[in-house]
Design a protein around this ligand. Structure first.
Ligand SMILES: CC(C)=CCC/C(C)=C/CC/C(C)=C/CSC[C@H](N)C(=O)O
Length: 501
């Protein structure tokens, strides 16, 4: 009896742990319930991966405080069009996002098919870099200004992306990680781990020896546009922000990136609750009781595993009866406020040193980025022509990729760290036909050395957390990687738990 109890598990263990991971789930997977708190890209993709890894015996519930799925993958309606209002771009190296798009039959907007259009970096007084329509001239200008450091930067980003791609092989083999540093170490060794402990400014200039001007202008401008912050973010986030410059191109989903979380949720066949989770209680039998409230009142559901897919320091979930304090993040890692403002109007060229406010030379920048400005007349991170999320490459080439002076009044997206006042808007634009804003707590406020909350929050292992990964770097793909990791952890935990029952 004892022998069969002890050794009877061997085929079972072998079946689940020694074979390489496949996408087809085991038919005899235990009947369990998993609750996912959060309906953004992390929550929806974890529901998708759970279904893929564990099969139909798992009952999945997703709790989201909005009817609208997608969280920070969102669009805004403005002047009869929709525009990406949250996570706007994805890199071709982002395997999960690329596979989602393909599996769900969504169309890609390939930004590399669009010829370059004028771009400038403004330092609060003048343009420190101004590129035009000609790709060849732009490259010569960049080379003249920043020298061979451009190649050094390109090599570093390439090697970083190569290391990063290791995560996909590991996840395919079923490898999971309990902490973010363990995951980073498996991707790129101690080097990746160290990158979350130092600022991008220090790392790029002093460790990698990049030209200081390149880091202060180009790298900083990209960072302000992508993360609303300067080069004081951690070096790993610095690399993620620069990924678009190497090995492929940036893309988005025609019709809006939010279709990815929507379709992932649909494919997961999860039950969707428009509700707010207020409490997670640990029960004596290692189950988790989730208390949530919606328009009908307060309800309870008991789960085998709970996945938190929402930044803990932005939620008010109470954790009761756990044997240890749950990492709730408190105010230690605040999220960075980013305000996106769409303005249909005519930019004020005078603000940028041109003689006439509404007369634009042929190479007037359709994208104005800023670096670490001192005493700027208007405090903004970027101001760029925005294109409806529904547009195809052909439409963009035909209707948008032209000198500003030859275009009808355009829609611009301005990123800033606070709401723009009327006076700031009228400094940036000589005339406006409409304004709308979206206020986000968009990504962590980075202040390395970063301490990333763990993927496993409790001692038993059934309370899992995705968003800790954002402290290393925040991007849609980072959430999808975190989501696959917690789905793998959940699968292991469920199988281990059922084995010991
Ligand atoms: C380590 C490196 C070089 C890259 C990792 C791959 C990766 C996660 C690339 C993402 C690149 C990207 C689309 C950056 C845009 S910034 C993120 C943005 N703020 C967002 O909201 O998604």
């Amino acid at each position: 009896m004892a022998a069969s109890f002890l050794f009877g598990w061997i085929p079972f263990i072998g079946k689940y742990f020694s074979e390489p991971e496949t996408t087809s789930p085991p038919e005899d997977f235990p009947n369990v319930k998993v609750g996912i708190i959060g309906g953004g890209i992390g929550g929806c993709s974890s529901a998708y991966f759970l279904r893929e890894l564990c099969g139909d015996n798992v009952e999945i519930h997703v709790f989201n405080d909005s009817q609208v799925v997608g969280g920070r993958c969102a669009v805004i309606e403005f002047q009869g069009n929709i525009y990406e209002s949250g996570g706007a771009v994805i890199h071709t190296s982002n395997k999960h996002m690329v596979e989602f798009r393909k599996k769900f039959g969504l169309k890609e907007f390939n930004s590399s098919k669009i010829p370059s259009s004028p771009l400038a970096i403004y330092n609060g007084q003048r343009f420190v870099l101004h590129l035009g329509f000609s790709g060849i001239l732009n490259n010569l200008k960049l080379l003249w200004k920043y020298g061979l450091s451009l190649f050094r930067m390109s090599r570093s980003i390439h090697s970083e992306l190569k290391g990063f791609s290791n995560i996909y092989k590991l996840q395919e083999k079923g490898k999971s990680f309990k902490t973010v540093p363990d995951m980073l170490r498996a991707m790129g060794g101690e080097k990746f781990c160290n990158e979350i402990t130092v600022s991008a400014d220090d790392y790029f200039k002093n460790t990698l020896g990049w030209n200081a001007e390149l880091v202060d202008d180009l790298v900083c401008a990209g960072m302000k546009c992508n993360y609303g912050q300067t080069n004081q973010v951690d070096a790993f986030t610095g690399f993620v922000s620069l990924a678009g410059m190497e090995d492929g191109y940036l893309w988005s989903v025609i019709g809006g990136n939010r279709q990815i979380p929507e379709k992932a949720l649909e494919a997961s066949k999860a039950t969707y609750h428009v509700s707010t989770v207020t409490k997670v209680t640990k029960e004596d039998d290692n189950m988790y009781m989730v208390e949530y409230s919606d328009s009908t009142g307060t309800s309870l559901i008991e789960f085998d595993v709970v996945i938190i897919a929402h930044p803990l320091n932005l939620s008010k979930i109470a954790f009761a009866n756990f044997s240890q304090t749950i990492f709730t993040d408190g105010t230690k890692t605040p999220y960075h406020r980013t305000v996106a403002t769409w303005i249909k109007g005519k930019p004020n060229a005078k603000l940028f040193g041109y003689p006439k406010a509404d007369q634009y030379p042929r190479d007037y920048p359709l994208t104005i980025l800023t670096n670490d400005m001192t005493d700027p007349p208007v405090d903004f991170n970027s101001c760029s022509q925005d294109i409806p999320a529904t547009a195809s490459e052909e439409e963009v080439k035909k209707n948008y990729n032209k000198p500003l002076r030859d275009l009808p009044t355009q829609v611009f997206k301005v990123f800033s760290n606070n709401f723009l006042s009327d006076s700031e808007i009228s400094q940036l634009f000589v005339s406006t036909e409409g304004v709308v804003s979206k206020d986000w707590l968009a990504y962590p406020q980075y202040a390395p050395p970063e301490e990333c909350p763990p993927f496993v929050l409790d001692a038993e292992g059934g309370l899992l957390y995705i968003n800790g990964i954002e402290k290393a770097a925040s991007a849609m793909e980072m959430s999808a990687i975190g989501a696959k990791n917690v789905a793998l952890l959940a699968k292991e935990y469920i199988l281990k738990k059922k084995m010991t029952q």
